[in-house]
Structure formats: structure tokens, C-alpha cells
Design a protein around this ligand. Structure first.
Ligand SMILES: [Zn+2]
Ligand SMILES: [Zn+2]
Length: 137
């Protein structure tokens, strides 16, 4: 098990540990189910922890599946200005995170043309991972 983060509260550490262990996107309620034995009972406790963890970059929110994953980058690595992309398998839930400077530059160019002020950029690509695609054949 990973060493607890000193900068995080107990609840934040618990939530982050679940996400690091499970490796697939989890909703706040699924996270809560994992933490009932640790005394967490209210969804609000989970949402508060997720909010902070997301702000700090330890966790990403995946809009398309309405769930959260642990950041796969080294902890404390700041990718605040980078475009983060996720490949999400709709079958098994496997998520691969990557960032790509060329895509990021292109998006930036288009946004400048539109005079659009970007608050957040997340690219989510849904489909089947190679294992699930093979089973389907
Ligand atoms: Zn990340
Ligand atoms: Zn899959």
C-alpha cells in the first residue's frame, strides 16, 4: 500500500488509496462502498475529498462515465497546463491516461481563433480495449 500523503486529510488519503488500488473509474458511491468499514458514511464526505483531490491533480473526473480515476502520473507532478486525454474501455473500465503536446497545441490554436477562454480541457475516447475487442470477435 502506498504511503499516506502528509498534505492530505485522512478522508482524502482513504479515497485516493481506493482509486489507486482499483485502477478503474469509480463513482462517488462506489468509493463510499469501499470505505464504509473506515467509518465514512456520507456521500458528501466523499465528494469533498474528491473535489480537493481533483483540484490538486491526484484524481481526474471522467465526464463521459461520471466517475473518477487516480492520476497515473507521478504524484505531485503538475500537468495543469497540459491537455490530458483518457482512453476508456466501455466494457472492462480500463483507463489509460496520456497527454500529447501536439494535440494540446492544436486545441490552443483553435481556442485562440475563437477567442474562447478555456477553463478545463479533457479529452475522453470511449471504445473497447484490445482484450475486450478480442473477446467480442
Ligand atoms: Zn493525470
Ligand atoms: Zn476492456
Amino acid at each position: 500500500m502506498s504511503a499516506p500523503h502528509l498534505a492530505l486529510t485522512r478522508n482524502q488519503n482513504l479515497v485516493l488509496e481506493v482509486l489507486l488500488r482499483e485502477k478503474v473509474p469509480l463513482s462517488a458511491y462506489m468509493i463510499l462502498d469501499h470505505l464504509r468499514d473506515h467509518g465514512l458514511k456520507a456521500p458528501l464526505q466523499i465528494y469533498r475529498a474528491l473535489d480537493k483531490l481533483t483540484q490538486m491533480g491526484h484524481v481526474h473526473r471522467l465526464e463521459s462515465v461520471n466517475a473518477f480515476v487516480a492520476c497515473s502520473h507521478a504524484q505531485n507532478e503538475d500537468h495543469g497546463n497540459h491537455l490530458v486525454a483518457f482512453v476508456i474501455c466501455k466494457q472492462c473500465g480500463t483507463v489509460v491516461e496520456f497527454s500529447d503536446d501536439i494535440i494540446a497545441d492544436q486545441v490552443k490554436k483553435h481556442m485562440q481563433l475563437l477567442h474562447f477562454q478555456v477553463a478545463s480541457t479533457t479529452v475522453e475516447i470511449g471504445g473497447l480495449c484490445c482484450d475486450c475487442a478480442r473477446i467480442k470477435e
